[in-house]
Design a protein around this ligand. Sequence first.
Ligand SMILES: [Zn+2]
Length: 179
Amino acid sequence: MNCPFCGYHDSKVIDSRDVNDGVRRRRQCLSCSARFTTYERLQPVSLFVIKKDQRREEFSKDKLLAGLRKACEKRPLPTGAVDKLADDIEAELYHQGKAEIPTTIIGDMVMERLKRLDYIAYIRFASVYRDFADITALKREIDSLVTDKTEVSRPTSQLSLLPNEELVTVAKGRPRSRR
Ligand SMILES: [Zn+2]
């Protein structure tokens, strides 16, 4: 892990803490003394997704993130909310311990979370992912959201439950090592 500030190759660990699915370490660069945080996760060798046409493809969090970002574009979400969502899904997928997971399952996980986070993003994602056959199907989905008001009107501020430090790390866009 190179220092994100000066690129130096070595750092010392000044604090180490177990988090849900791995270890979070505070490190200090041995060259410029800057401090940064790394996350280390246990992961199986690989996780494959089974696509609709039955082809297998290695799970890519970048792809997941790209889809999420697109859905959440210009939405007033707390900084780091999208990354947090992708992290959560990734963690849950690996937690299941399976070698293969159908894309439909991942899509459902995303929809479930987006629904709670931001309903516009949810509709955007759903319209791509579910490939709504016609406008009636889309309208039905929107109607069900309106009826389901308790779900929809929940404030997005629930994500501020993140520890402050973590939010800051995400906000600064510091590289967060996975290994
Ligand atoms: Zn440094």
